[in-house]
Design a protein. Structure first.
Length: 89
C-alpha cells in the first residue's frame, strides 16, 4: 500500500509540474500589471496559497495511522494493519 500511495504522490508531482509551467506561461502573458502586481509575482502568489491550503488539508489526514482513524470500522482497521504488516515485512 505504501508503494501505491507513493506512486500516486509522485504522479501528482509530475502532473503538477507539467501543468504548472503552462499556467505560469499564461499568467506571465496575460496578467501584465494586473492589480498593480508585476506578472512574474503572480505564480508565486498562486503557488504559496495552494501549498498553504494543501498543507492545512493534509495535516489531519497524514498524521493518522490505521489504528487511530475515526472514519473506518474496526474490521477495516484490522485489515489495514494486516496489509501494512505484510507490506513492511
Amino acid at each position: 500500500e505504501h508503494t501505491f500511495l507513493s506512486a500516486i504522490l509522485y504522479f501528482g508531482l509530475l502532473v503538477s509540474s507539467a501543468f504548472g509551467r503552462l499556467i505560469a506561461a499564461g499568467v506571465l502573458a496575460y496578467m501584465d500589471e494586473a492589480m498593480g502586481v508585476q506578472p512574474w509575482r503572480w505564480p508565486l502568489h498562486f503557488h504559496s496559497r495552494s501549498e498553504r491550503s494543501n498543507s492545512w488539508n493534509m495535516q489531519g489526514f497524514m498524521k493518522r495511522q490505521p489504528h487511530n482513524t475515526r472514519w473506518t470500522s474496526s474490521a477495516e482497521r484490522r485489515l489495514a494493519q494486516m496489509r501494512l504488516a505484510e507490506d513492511v515485512g
